[in-house]
Write a protein that binds this ligand. Structure first.
Ligand SMILES: *Cc1c(COP(=O)(O)O)cnc(C)c1O
Length: 405
């Protein structure tokens, strides 16, 4: 990092590297389509018209800015520091993903594309992208493992209602990895009219940078709102990390400030491979899905099986910028198990009237632990999404606790 240069301008470099992490490791057929996206984004990220249109959409369609809420009851309950939430659960569709999906769809429109294509695991990215496609009058094709289609039925229905085509991936284990393969095959058949829309700060350059930039609105809003509410910066900012887009969104405004940053990784139900998806905690350097980062590997060095109760954060790697920020000591890691996430899910619901997504509950759970140990600090949590999608699963496996016990 050069002195006096704002952090966000210092990385990535021209080739998409954040230190040693990132880059674009592409099969030859993808070099050209990705060069097109790179050049288009270079231009559009400086275009007044593009940025102005995005701003209008955020205000009049998505309902931004989303508020910050102070959780007095939860803070009192924990008996420590003050917990604040940036309310991405109140963004249209109920999560932060629409922030980058709307922008990716706008990019597709500027490029003259007619169709968005992507894979989805739990279906959250698929729903957000289908929403953006409907708004912009684009076709949308979402590839999803056959196993996930059964498991995530409500999201499949949502995508169909929104007018998207859901294509089942029927080979191998029939989950996310197969969905990625299937989506890339379909994309390669027509890179002229289709845009591959990646769902987090992962994948080959320029997606980690682009998605970070699109999500940075969360941090910009939050910083201003927090200063207005409290007259100072938060002491600590935290978010859950799957690929890492909601975390990069809120972190981006605080990296140059004297604020501690904690990435919360899913500790799942144990520390053995397959029981968690804490990539930075247990992983090592490697290339997958077209970029170099820290990843969880099996014995052959392939992406390892992962688990988290939050189906949007069970990814065996992290965005390259997270690997970088952690490697230079700018971010710390917090861990949260499945059980702690469920406890936070119920506590936030019963004491604040906010049902969080299980993914977001990981960040809340960590904030509660941290607050208990840091009674003088103000803690800002990115509440990445609402929990409606998780309620049936949670009550079936974890009976509703009696409030106050
Ligand atoms: C998808 C999702 C996440 C994880 O994605 P990141 O890119 O790590 O932010 C977190 N929370 C919610 C609600 C999600 O839908």
């Amino acid at each position: 990092m050069k002195k006096d240069q704002p952090y966000l301008e210092s990385v990535p470099n021209e080739q998409g590297f954040f230190g040693r992490f990132g880059g674009a490791f592409l099969p030859p057929q993808l070099e050209e389509p990705f060069a097109e996206i790179r050049q288009a984004y270079d231009k559009l990220s400086k275009s007044f018209e593009f940025l102005h249109e995005l701003k209008k959409i955020r205000k009049h369609y998505q309902g931004r800015p989303t508020p910050i809420s102070y959780c007095k009851n939860l803070s009192d309950l924990v008996g420590g520091g003050q917990i604040y939430l940036k309310r991405e659960d109140l963004n249209h569709t109920g999560a932060h993903k629409l922030n980058h999906c709307m922008a990716e769809a706008l990019l597709a429109k500027y490029l003259g594309k007619t169709k968005l294509i992507a894979e989805t695991g739990a279906g959250q990215h698929g729903v957000a992208l289908a929403t953006a496609a409907a708004y912009f009058g684009l076709e949308c094709e979402i590839h999803m493992g056959e196993v996930d289609i059964k498991k995530e039925h409500p999201n499949v229905v949502r995508m169909k209602i929104l007018g998207a085509k859901v294509v089942p991936a029927t080979h191998g284990l029939k989950t996310l990895k197969e969905a990625v393969d299937s989506a890339f095959d379909a994309y390669l058949k027509d890179t002229k009219n289709q845009l591959f829309a990646i769902g987090s700060v992962v994948g080959p350059h320029p997606f980690p940078k682009m998605v970070r930039d699109f999500q940075s609105v969360v941090g910009l809003e939050a910083k201003e709102q927090f200063m207005e509410m409290t007259g100072k910066l938060p002491d600590m900012v935290t978010a859950c990390v799957g690929g890492g887009s909601n975390a990069m969104g809120i972190f981006s405004a605080f990296i140059d400030e004297p604020v501690k940053l904690y990435s919360v990784e899913p500790a799942g139900r144990g520390d053995k491979i397959g029981e968690h998806s804490a990539s930075l905690t247990y992983g090592s350097e490697g290339i997958m899905h077209g970029f170099n980062s820290i990843m969880l590997k099996d014995e052959e060095g392939n992406p390892a099986p992962v688990h988290s109760i939050g189906s949007g954060i069970d990814y065996p790697s992290v965005g390259p910028e997270h690997a970088y920020l952690h490697s230079i000591g700018r971010t710390n890691i917090g861990l949260c198990s499945d059980d702690e996430a469920v406890d936070a899910f119920y506590k936030l619901s019963q004491h604040e009237g906010i049902i969080p997504a299980l993914e977001s509950a990981h960040a809340v759970a960590f904030a509660m632990k941290y607050a208990a140990e840091h009674p003088k600090e103000a803690i800002l949590v990115n509440l990445s999404g609402r929990g409606d999608k998780d309620i049936d699963f949670v009550v079936e496996h974890y009976p509703v606790p009696i409030k106050g016990r």
